[in-house]
Design a protein around this ligand. Sequence first.
Ligand SMILES: NC(=O)c1ccc[n+]([C@@H]2O[C@H](COP(=O)([O-])OP(=O)(O)OC[C@H]3O[C@@H](n4cnc5c(N)ncnc54)[C@H](OP(=O)(O)O)[C@@H]3O)[C@@H](O)[C@H]2O)c1
Length: 387
Amino acid sequence: MENDTGKFGAPRPCAMNRRGFFKSAAAAAAVAAAGTLGAAPADSKRRNAPAASISKRRTLGSAGAAMEVSALGFGCMGMTYNRSAHPAKRECIALIRNAAERGVTLFDTAIIYGPLNNEELAGEALEPFKGKVALTTKFGHEVVDGKGTGRQDSRPETIKRYCEESLKRLRLDCIELFYQHRFDPKVPVEDVAGAVGDLIRAGKIKRWGICEVGADTIRRAHAVQPLTAVQSEYHLMWREVEKNGVLRACEELGIGVVPYSPINRGFLGGCINEYTRFDPKNDNRPSLPRFSPEAIRANMRIVEELNAFGRTRGATSAQIALAWLLSRSPSIVPIPGTTKLSHLEENLRAADFSIAPDEWEELEGKIAAIPVVGNRYNAEQQKQIGR
Ligand SMILES: NC(=O)c1ccc[n+]([C@@H]2O[C@H](COP(=O)([O-])OP(=O)(O)OC[C@H]3O[C@@H](n4cnc5c(N)ncnc54)[C@H](OP(=O)(O)O)[C@@H]3O)[C@@H](O)[C@H]2O)c1
């Protein structure tokens, strides 16, 4: 249960020693080979392997806006939106519950994912964990008759209506963390913060966050209603938040940072190559310059560096990508998404690695020497961020 200090789930002792780690890593590989999702491993040897879990906790935000969550969260978006593979609902529910049982207490969704069906999925999956985990969602993208219009609508009256509707889909009485998904140029952020403050006072939400905005907007928003978290893209191929003042503002103001797409939409996990086919109807990656076959081919050198670095440390490239983010600051909580039990296992173990600062510096130096080909967003998407 959440306690007075905003904690989710009692930290569970991590029973895993180094030997157990390798044993269960092998089990995870066996599960991966069998291509299962949410299913139990077949033979008894694999059944006996300890499951990966996460006991480390981190705090997003400070003072009255603080919230203690698992060091790694879980992004639900890809289960119904933008990531090609959309498994059956019962399999997604099993995987989300599996994550919660393994100690994950921060789950991420948004009204626009689907639209609407991702919130419904996450709400149904996490209903048995009510009060034990934080299911966070986002408003801002306009949705009319179940379809996204491509416009922003963060008018106070819309935020309040969207909140009521999200509460129903999420099967909650109160949303633990409600983010503004994108800046609305027609609504000053102070008015957004004011509407969110009304929702907090009405007991509809507990805290709020904001995504992909500039440092000045963060400061203005926080001055009206203290922010718990800023969600921005951040990973080894996109470190803009280190340069544009966003991380500095969050550190100064005691705001948590939630890096989204922490494996760069799967690319840093090494399962994507120039021949990968994305479903154009339900995957946004073909619209992103970094996912053109030429860019993928060129940027593969980065994945190779992560693999080389991980090989001598018993880690995969995805684990290195996540462990690097965790090493940047104790107030960072990445939210990788997956549709596979094997990847969930792998990702949760990323929190168990201990890599020294000089080793990270060495990796950063090698990555910095590789020019990244292709922008992360196309021109239209770019207009909506950093405001
Ligand atoms: N605030 C925002 O504007 C915003 C924007 C985008 C996303 N988000 C949030 O961030 C979450 C994560 O973002 P994301 O899904 O874009 O990117 P991501 O977490 O970087 O990558 C997800 C992709 O990586 C693959 N993957 C996961 N673990 C892997 C592993 N260990 N090895 C190889 N591949 C692996 C997944 O495929 P499999 O299913 O095959 O594992 C999936 O296609 C979303 O669910 C969403 O909640 C927020």
